[in-house]
Design a protein. Structure first.
Length: 326
């Protein structure tokens, strides 16, 4: 197996090298000119967008929007070689102060961050292709870059989850899927692709063994008794069939909001709130950050730190309750 993997990797690298040579030497629309110094930023973004789409990435529209913004900011002929620190400073300033949406409103801070990050990532890819020596965004200090805004992640507390359990839902299938996600943290995309083959039962209990839809990484996810309780009853011959058959995401969220309203919960509920609730619940009950990150299938523990901040804020509020007693 090791020799086969080595041969497969060598073949893939050879194919990539040949494709890069072909791409750099082709003068068709959207392809790169033969000399990297002549490559415009717009041309590279077009090629990069096609590569991302071909790899199944979901950021194609963001890259297309970035290409449009870059053309408005610097014109269609700005070359990769001409980009420098001043270009990057101007691009950030353009996003934050001069670019407006179709409705005439300034960009939300989170949207501006996504457009900054998309261009930064595309330029990192250009460095790997040898089109530029370094990413000019790397010449900016931290204060000059757009920082990711602290996101407000709604979550359910234990009493709210109990209220949902006790309240009949418009759809039993949606109720089971949502509560399972509250106790195991699966995204709705993973809930949709979950089959009975992914659920393994042994002497230690049940666990989910699957490859996540978003990050394409293997996930070993032990199921607590409370989580397993919300799985439908298995039947013989169901191995490759899906555990849940859910309607469209907008319809799922509509059903969830109606259910939450019946339970007396005023928060804005979507299916993803279940994942936030699981993460917050784990950290509140004392699970460490690394373990929680692995349970969520995060590829970087820094992605889990947002939930740690939420739990720390809860701790501060809890400690401050003492002040009202004296």
């Amino acid at each position: 197996t090791r020799r086969q993997n080595h041969a497969t990797l060598a073949a893939a690298l050879a194919a990539k090298a040949q494709r890069t040579i072909d791409l750099l030497g082709t003068r068709c629309p959207g392809a790169l000119p033969p000399q990297p110094a002549q490559t415009t930023l717009g041309q590279w973004l077009a090629v990069y967008c096609k590569r991302q789409a071909g790899a199944g990435r979901k950021d194609r529209r963001i890259i297309e929007a970035v290409a449009h913004i870059v053309e408005l900011y610097a014109g269609p002929r700005i070359s990769l070689a001409a980009m420098g620190r001043r270009f990057c400073q101007g691009y950030i300033d353009f996003l934050l102060t001069r670019y407006h949406t179709h409705a005439g409103r300034p960009l939300a801070r989170n949207t501006a961050y996504n457009y900054y990050r998309a261009l930064n990532t595309a330029l990192n890819a250009a460095v790997r292709e040898g089109l530029i020596h370094d990413n000019p965004f790397g010449r900016l200090c931290a204060a000059e870059k757009i920082r990711r805004p602290d996101s407000q992640r709604p979550y359910l507390v234990i009493d709210e989850i109990k209220a949902l359990i006790a309240t009949p839902a418009p759809s039993d299938e949606v109720k089971r899927a949502f509560l399972l996600a509250c106790f195991c943290g699966l995204r709705i995309s993973d809930i949709r692709q979950l089959t009975w083959d992914n659920i393994v039962r042994d002497s230690r209990g049940s666990h989910i063994d699957m490859v996540t839809q978003k990050t394409h990484v293997p996930l070993y996810l032990p199921l607590s008794a409370q989580a397993a309780k919300w799985l439908p009853a298995p039947r013989d011959g169901m191995g490759s069939t899906h555990v849940f058959v859910l309607p469209s995401s907008p319809h799922v969220n509509s059903l969830l909001r109606a259910w939450a309203a019946r339970a007396g919960i005023a928060k804005h509920i979507s299916f993803h709130v279940s994942r936030h609730s699981f993460a917050t619940l784990m950290l509140t009950l004392g699970a460490d950050l690394y373990t929680t990150s692995k349970l969520l299938g995060h590829t970087d523990v820094r992605m889990t730190q947002t939930y740690a901040r939420i739990v720390n804020e809860k701790k501060v509020r809890a400690v401050n309750l003492v002040d009202g007693l004296f």
